[in-house]
Design a protein. Structure first.
Length: 345
């Protein structure tokens, strides 16, 4: 019975013959909005001639047209609002590894950081170590108390208020940075501290430190090579063993030689080393510089006569080798392979 009544009062009509309802819906649909796509049906249900004579069915038809138009309006509004909702980039700081109330977040100028406060609890926001807070704009200065100190901001809710926003400007080596926050009260995940991290800056700093370490290692290696070359210079070249001694044998080294640059005295077994003096042509004595390398005492010159003393005991050492200068091309050092270069010359 109902089906028969419905068939006599309603009929499917092509979209081209739509009436007022079709025009109303078309006006509500944006013509140049690629983000909103509303597909209209190919046909619509309209009253037949018999149905149009009934006041009841005419009322049903009007209700149908209004419901259809309102449904399209909802689609249009939702589609138009979608791009704005998708553009939001709020970020909740990640919980710390030891305590979830201490949070970490990477800096992004395009993100809004969500902070969850708690009544009668302070919240610390820590920026980069070389940054200084220059300005802070708080949306609700009645419900929230703010105290910037160097690169830190302390926030404290004064009362149980609604959420607000906070904008912070800092100055540092990287220039001016802008931070945006959304403050909320009583939300899950209360925060006591939030620390910002800067991945790009930290990566650049780590790369620079690695380069410095590499340079220091290279410099240390170079210094080691130079030291080895200078140490080797003590023993390189033809040696002169023509030395004669007179005096106490208690002070006599087991070996005496020179290479034209250094004189080497050997005292095996870490024996006590006497004081060493060079004898000038007039017979006066001058203390000579030397260093000890294992069993060897290295004197930084070659002398014709040396005197070794310990208390009243004396040993005279005479160099009977021919005077020579095997290093015609001077390098500025005691080594043939290490050259001295004076900066600015």
């Amino acid at each position: 019975m109902f089906v028969k009544l419905f068939k006599t009062t309603w009929i499917a009509k092509p979209r081209a013959s739509w009436g007022v309802a079709d025009l109303a819906v078309s006006a509500l649909t944006p013509k140049a909005s690629p983000a909103v796509a509303v597909e209209r049906p190919q046909s619509a249900m309209v009253l037949t001639e018999a149905g149009g004579k009934s006041r009841l069915w005419r009322g049903v038809a009007k209700i149908y047209e209004r419901i259809f138009a309102l449904s399209l309006v909802g689609l249009v509004i939702a589609g138009a609002a979608a791009p704005f909702g998708a553009a939001r980039a709020s970020e909740v700081p990640a919980p710390g590894s030891k305590d979830s109330r201490l949070r970490n977040v990477n800096y992004d100028v395009n993100n809004v950081v969500v902070l969850n406060g708690r009544f009668r609890h302070a919240l610390e926001i820590q920026f980069g170590p070389n940054e200084t807070v220059t300005q802070a704009a708080l949306g609700d200065t009645v419900s929230w108390q703010i105290a910037p100190v160097s690169n830190v901001i302390f926030l404290k809710p004064r009362e149980k208020a609604q959420g607000t926003n906070l904008i912070v400007l800092t100055s540092g080596p990287a220039g001016t940075r802008t931070y945006h926050f959304q403050l909320s009260m009583g939300a899950p995940g209360t925060m006591y501290g939030v620390r910002f991290h800067y991945p790009h800056q930290e990566a650049a700093t780590a790369a620079m430190m690695a380069a410095v370490n590499q340079a220091e290692l290279a410099q240390a290696a170079e210094g080691g090579v130079v030291k080895q070359a200078l140490d080797h210079a003590v023993i390189e070249g033809a040696r002169n063993y023509k030395y004669r001694v007179e005096g106490s044998s208690d002070l006599q080294p087991s070996e005496i030689s020179d290479n034209g640059e250094f004189t080497v005295l050997r005292y095996p077994g870490h024996a006590d080393i006497p004081s060493i003096f060079a004898v000038d042509p007039d017979g006066s004595e001058t203390i000579v510089p030397y260093d000890v390398r294992d069993d060897f005492v290295v004197i930084h010159a070659v002398y014709r006569q040396l005197r070794l003393r310990r208390g009243n005991i004396v040993l005279c050492v005479y160099n009977e080798g021919a005077p020579r200068n095997d290093r015609g091309d001077r390098t500025g050092t005691v080594s043939n392979v290490v050259e001295r270069h004076v900066k600015g010359q």
